[in-house]
Design a protein around this ligand. Sequence first.
Ligand SMILES: [Mg+2]
Length: 355
Amino acid sequence: MMGNGKMTPAENDFTVNADAHGIVATLYLDEPHTFLHVAALITLLDDIFSSFKPIRYQRPRAWPDSPGNSNLSRVMHVARPCERSPTLADCHDLLEAHGDALSEFQSEHELELVVQPYRLFATHRDAPGLAVFDMDSTLIQQEVIDELARAIGRYDEVAAITEAAMRGEAPYTDFEASLRARVALLKGVPISIWEDMKGDVITFTPGARDLVKVLRARGWKTAVLSGGFTPLANWVARELGLDYAFANHLVEDPESKTLTGELVAGKPIVHAQKKLDLLHQLAGENDIPIERTIAVGDGSNDLLMLGAAGLGVAFNAKPKVQKAALTRLNGESLLDVAYLIGCTRRDIDAALAGP
Ligand SMILES: [Mg+2]
C-alpha cells in the first residue's frame, strides 16, 4: 500500500507463505472504490491487534480483487504481519473489544469486514478442503417447513410451534420435539408438493451456484447439512453440484401419495449435534484435517458446526447467531465467501469460465 492509495504492480501479486504470522482482513466495499479507506483501516487494525506485536519493518500489505485495476475492485485484502499468530477467537475478541470504533468505521465507509489469522487464510488458499452448508436461508432463500405449511394453509400453527421452540417452551425444548410436532401438521400433504416447491417456490441464494462451482474447481468437497427434508436437500445438491446431502426423512404413504406426518424411524435427525458430527465424519472420510474445513449457516442449529470448522461463517444470520459466531458476513452474494479462502477475482473468473 502506497501513501497515495494506489497499488504498485508488484503488490498486486500478493503471495505470502503459509508460515507467515499475522492477520488478514477482507474488506467488502459497497461499490468499487479507491483505497483511501484502507489507510484508515490499517491504522485502526494496527491499534486493535497491537498485542500481537506487529513486525515493525514489515508494513501491512493490501491487494485488491481485480489486479491491475484497483479502482474497479469491490473486495480487498489487507495482511498485517505479526510476531505471532492470533487464533480466530483472538481475532473475534479483539474486534468485539473495539466494536464501537469498528461499527463507526463500517457504517461510515459502508463496508463489511472479516478478520482471520493469516495462516488459516493461506491454508484454505493453498489446499482444497471441505465446505459444508446449511440449506434453509443459506443455500436457498426460504425456510422449507414454513413454505410447506403455507401451501396447506397451516402456516400459523407451524409458526406457533417454531416460536414456542425459540422461547424454549415445553414440550418443544429441543429441536427434535419441535420438528416432530411440526412434521405432524404436514399429515396429508400430497407428495407432489415437492415438484411444486422446486418449480415455483424455492429460489437459490444469489452466488450459491457460483460459490459451489468455484469450490469444486479448486478441488473442495461440498455438502449440504439440512434440518429440512431429503426431497429438497437432494435436489439442491444435484442442482448446485454438491457432493453430499443430509437432511431429515419424511414418511410417504405410497397408496395415497401423501405425507404421513411422521419421520422415518431409525434415520438420524439432523439437528445441531448431527451437523457437527457430519462435519467431522465427512472430513474424516476425505482425509481432510478439520482446520481445512469451512461451514456456512444462519441459524442457531448451525452454531456447533460453525464453531468446529476451520472457518465458520454466519452468513446473513439471525442476530443471535451473528453474536455467537466467531465470523460473520452480511451481503447479497454467497460468492463473497470465496474471498475468505484466498480467492481473487481472477481465480473466481477462471473457475466460472470452466466447464
Ligand atoms: Mg438456515
